[in-house]
Design a protein. Sequence first.
Length: 496
Amino acid sequence: MTTTEAAPRSEVLTRSTRTHDWRLLVGGELVASRSGTTFDDPSPVTGEVVAAVPDAGAEDVDAAVRAARAAFPAWSRTPLPERVALVREIARRVRAHADELGDLDTLDGGNITRLARADAVAGAAMLDFFADAAHALGGRTVPASEGALHYTTQQPIGVVARIVPYNHPIMFAAGKIAAPLVAGNCVLLKPPHQAPLSALRLGELIADLVPPGVVSVLTGAGAATGDAIVRHPDVRRIAFIGSASTGRRIQEAAAQTGVKDVSLELGGKNALIAFPDADPLAVAAAAVRGMNFSWSGQSCGSTSRLLVHRSLHDRVVAEIVRLVGELRLGDPFDERTDVGALVSEEQYAKVLRYLDVARADGATAVAGGAPADGVGPALVVPPTVLTGVTATMRVAQEEVFGPLLSVITFDTEDEAVAVANGVEYGLTAAVWTDDLRRAHRVAAAVEAGYVWINDTSRHHVGLPFGGVKSSGLGREESVEELIGFTETKAVHVGYR
Ligand code: NAP
């Protein structure tokens, strides 16, 4: 009797993604791009092209905007409980297909399977959060004068855009349409070119559910599709998640065709500050968790700068090296694998370039520091710990968006705060100390939108997430996000 080995999951999945007819969602229909063109979607796990993806041009964007405008009057007047019910049904469908959606993210985005599937569930949870939060749309009365009633209402804006990056494809695709929909807007979703499949699949899953034009899914080969969305005069609100450089380009382009409401969730160069009274083992574990090595460090909130007091340095670094040595590298589809692939050849090359730059500037890799062995064609750089880093080195200033942890020593609290704030970004920070006064003092002093004290990495839906300085404008994952998809109208009712 002969036995044949089961084909790896990536191979089985690729057979179906390659033959699948991937389509945009425009005006309630699953359609090819109007030009008929597609682009190749390569997998960072297998190195193969896994799908031909529609390349939406300006004419597809315009069709989606026209459908959205036509849908807006009815959708915005749909009673809130009905909008909420629809959002809950999207959540239910995403949850029911979480494994399938997550596996698509593993295939074309490189995230490890168990976390990619968890991302789909997290996207569903965000949909449910905004359904739960619907009544926060509220409005208020204001005692502004005698003889009149003054009140405010929160009104939907109209056609809004959601442009999202590649690191959590399905979580962003599913979760980020929730607030605009609950608030009564019609939304254009623009997934990243590196990992577009789960968003396109989401479009298929909701095409029969959502009124035509209320949600569109538009994929493109590069900046052109997003740029056409941003410049469309009828797109009045743009919510962007991505790099600071693209965010700035979007602000500029948006301003050329109208006065638009732009929110930006951008990059970070986040500091974890460990004071001398902190437990070195706990700090090391936090530094590893905070780096999001499972995502290959491709997380905006990653604490990629460990600012450690000189007295703790050696013990913390030794423990970090031990912990990252335990992380398993391998096929991202293997449940036992701990570290995913970098999303693309371009991102992989960028990480390796930063390693060269760091070494040339005087840093030493005490763990990792070279492409991974034994992971086949997957684009994996092992968790890398750089010591001897100083605050002004490029690797300590610029967002790598990869698995490079820079360790910087400090002697005083003032120095730690100055180094933490001495970058252009200001997204997250983590402060490790048992000294209550110091913890709050430093939390107040660091320039960041989200601060952990004696924790790291986790964010909880409900708590506003977002950055200061080049890390962005606006807050998400909270009621602020919901209100951010409305305009406030003030009404004065005279009654004397
Ligand atoms: P990116 O290159 O800025 O792309 C993000 C999105 O913008 C993609 O959908 C992209 O489309 C689109 N885009 C590119 N150029 C555009 C243009 N000129 N006009 C309109 N849209 C355009 O970012 P990325 O490399 O995918 O993602 C990594 C970055 O995202 C990192 O900086 C990370 O820190 C940041 N991020 C921030 C947060 C946060 O919450 N603060 C969360 C996650 C990630 P194409 O892919 O088709 O080019």
